[in-house]
Design a protein around this ligand. Structure first.
Ligand SMILES: [Fe+2]
Length: 199
């Protein structure tokens, strides 16, 4: 993928997230997922097996369809996230000068990325891009900055329930990952995701 194309994808994704005003699917989240992808690739020494630019592009675009809130209802958008990506992503990817192989990688990984937390629907038997993107997204799910977005505008009871839920997810994070070993590897290499609360 050309640098220019990655830049165009970044610009497009940024504008999509800004327009949606969705606090959970903002460009900051997409950038943190891209950063987590890099950490995972380095920790697992996968540099020669994946294309870093494609992973960054997948990270930027992975929630663009969700942010459009096509079904006008949070729960329905969440439940049908996979189907919505399958239906609308190709048209988005056609706007960029990508090869058909690049489009395929981006579409597969983005369609496959949801449902790890809380449903434990992982990508253990899928391609590397799907596994890495899903784990990178899961790592950001437990970050304090993302937790703040879940708590945005919620009442005290909802805040308490969210805290209990997040504590459970953090304690069991390994069981939601395609590469559970990354948690200890990130620690061993001193490449902590910075935001993974280990309590
Ligand atoms: Fe995400």
């Amino acid at each position: 993928m050309k640098t220019k194309v990655l830049f165009q994808i970044k610009k497009f994704a940024k504008s999509e997230y800004e327009q949606s005003g969705d606090s959970q699917h903002d460009f900051g989240h997409a950038e943190r997922v891209a950063n987590n992808c890099e950490l995972i690739v380095r920790a697992l020494k996968l540099d020669n097996k994946v294309n870093g630019r494609l992973l960054t592009a997948a990270s930027y675009l992975h929630d663009v369809v969700s942010a459009r809130k096509i079904m006008k209802n949070y729960l329905l958008n969440h439940i049908f996230e996979k189907n919505l990506n399958r239906k609308f992503l190709s048209k988005i990817l056609d706007n960029f000068d990508l090869t058909s192989a690049e489009k395929q990688v981006l579409k597969n990984s983005i369609v496959n990325h949801p449902y790890s937390i809380p449903y434990r629907i992982s990508n253990k038997h899928n391609d590397l891009y799907s596994k890495i993107l899903q784990d990178a997204d899961s790592l950001d799910y437990v970050s304090p900055i993302r937790e703040k977005s879940f708590l945005y505008k919620s009442g005290r009871l909802m805040q308490k329930l969210t805290t209990v839920y997040m504590t459970y997810i953090r304690k069991n994070l390994k069981s939601y990952l395609n590469f559970p070993e990354i948690l200890s590897k990130l620690e061993l290499d001193g490449l902590t995701a910075g935001h993974v609360n280990k309590t």
